[in-house]
Design a binder for this molecule. Structure first.
Ligand SMILES: C[C@@](CO)(OP(=O)(O)O)[C@H](O)COP(=O)(O)OP(=O)(O)OC[C@H]1O[C@@H](n2ccc(N)nc2=O)[C@H](O)[C@@H]1O
Ligand SMILES: Nc1ncnc2c1ncn2[C@@H]1O[C@H](COP(=O)(O)OP(=O)(O)O)[C@@H](O)[C@H]1O
Length: 322
């Protein structure tokens, strides 16, 4: 019998920065209650899913050697979760996922979550499941707190453990410089360090997110710069004291303000515009405080099929396997 093999599907998916991250107390399930404002950035990963006789995960690009390719890879966990949801568990064994990474690994920019979100969208397209994004977001939330945001992108308020999202109006394109550190930081370790710091004393907490929402609506980067804040920053700096120097260097290079993104160690610097971001990036590169410097802008959309607006791209002639 002849079986038509669908052509591979490629999805581009953004990194996130947390413009505001307020961390509550640890819950009984080990998670912390969060209030965060995410913004999706033009720094992306590309994920291709294909039917293959060699199933598994392949990783290229940023941090490729530190990404697991076994069942613990978040993209592979997404394959398994979607197969189970669609009641096609046996089909997961015939899927290959190729990750082309631009997002730093364990960098606080949700790269693994982005790959999981992209895999859900790509595979649901490959399998022609015709699932609404909200339905995919339900599966996404079972994979990680940051995965639903990578599906929607834009700018959003996240509550719960970060998975409950409401869009936030952001009229302006904001320009960022990102400083990647030599090594990643483990998200659970950073939350654990914050718990430790809070037991030992009273590290400052960010205020309400409301002024950040107003600054986003105004579109004024100077107003937003004054309000960037992250409760995890003290914990990330405590585990990686060199970040203090990186944060200072970005501001000395001309950024309006800098913040650790999520659990770090990537530092994100808000600039007045595209030109200023290039200048800050050039100066920061020369300061010797980080491994790599990138410029990015946001907000950008969430996971998107490459070559189409959520419709499969014009197909190459289908391959036919006997
Ligand atoms: C901190 C944030 C901020 O956006 O981003 P990253 O720095 O990881 O990118 C996120 O909350 C990370 O989300 P994500 O990376 O999906 O984390 P998960 O896989 O859900 O959780 C990993 C671990 O982090 C801790 N965790 C995560 C989320 C949360 N609200 N409270 C927690 O305490 C828990 O120890 C959990 O076991
Ligand atoms: N597809 C993936 N890409 C990156 N890391 C992954 C992936 N799948 C699993 N991981 C693991 O998840 C950890 C956190 O990675 P990542 O999502 O990049 O960082 P963060 O949670 O700081 O945003 C990594 O150290 C890695 O071991």
């Amino acid at each position: 019998m002849l079986a038509v093999v669908p052509p591979p599907v490629t999805v581009r998916v953004p990194a996130k920065v947390n413009l505001h991250l307020s961390v509550g107390d640890a819950r009984e399930d080990g998670y912390h209650e969060l209030t965060t404002i995410f913004q999706a950035l033009s720094l992306t990963d590309e994920v291709t899913v294909a039917v293959s006789e060699e199933p598994g995960v392949e990783v290229h690009g940023e941090g490729e050697k530190s990404v697991p390719t076994g069942p613990e890879n978040l993209a592979w966990r997404a394959v398994c979760a979607l197969a189970e949801y669609a009641e096609r568990p046996a089909d997961a064994d015939g899927i290959r996922v190729v990750l082309r990474k631009g997002i730093p690994v364990a960098g606080g920019m949700a790269g693994g979550s982005a790959d999981a979100a992209a895999t859900l969208l790509g595979l649901s397209t490959l399998w022609r499941l015709d699932l609404a994004r909200d339905e995919l977001a339900g599966i996404a939330a079972t994979l990680g707190s940051d995965v639903p945001f990578a599906l929607y992108g834009g700018t959003a308020l996240g509550t719960g453990r970060g998975e409950q999202l409401v869009p936030v109006l952001s009229r302006h394109t904001f320009h960022w410089v990102l400083a990647f550190d030599q090594r990643g930081l483990s998200t659970p370790k950073v939350f654990g360090e914050l718990d430790r710091l809070r037991e030992a004393g009273d590290p400052p907490r960010v205020g309400s997110h409301a002024p950040v929402v107003e600054a986003l609506a105004s579109g004024d980067p100077r107003q937003l710069a004054l309000l960037l804040g992250n409760d995890l920053q003290a914990a990330a700096v405590s585990l990686r004291p060199g970040l203090r120097r990186t944060l200072r260097a970005g501001v000395n290079a001309g950024a309006l303000a800098g913040t650790v993104s999520g659990s770090g160690p990537t530092c994100a610097f808000l600039c007045t515009g595209a030109e200023s971001a290039l200048e800050v990036a050039a100066e920061l590169s020369g300061a010797g405080v980080c491994r790599t410097v990138r410029v990015a802008h946001g907000p950008v959309p969430g996971a998107r099929l490459v070559g189409g607006d959520d419709t499969p791209r014009p197909t190459s002639p289908p391959q036919v396997h006997a």
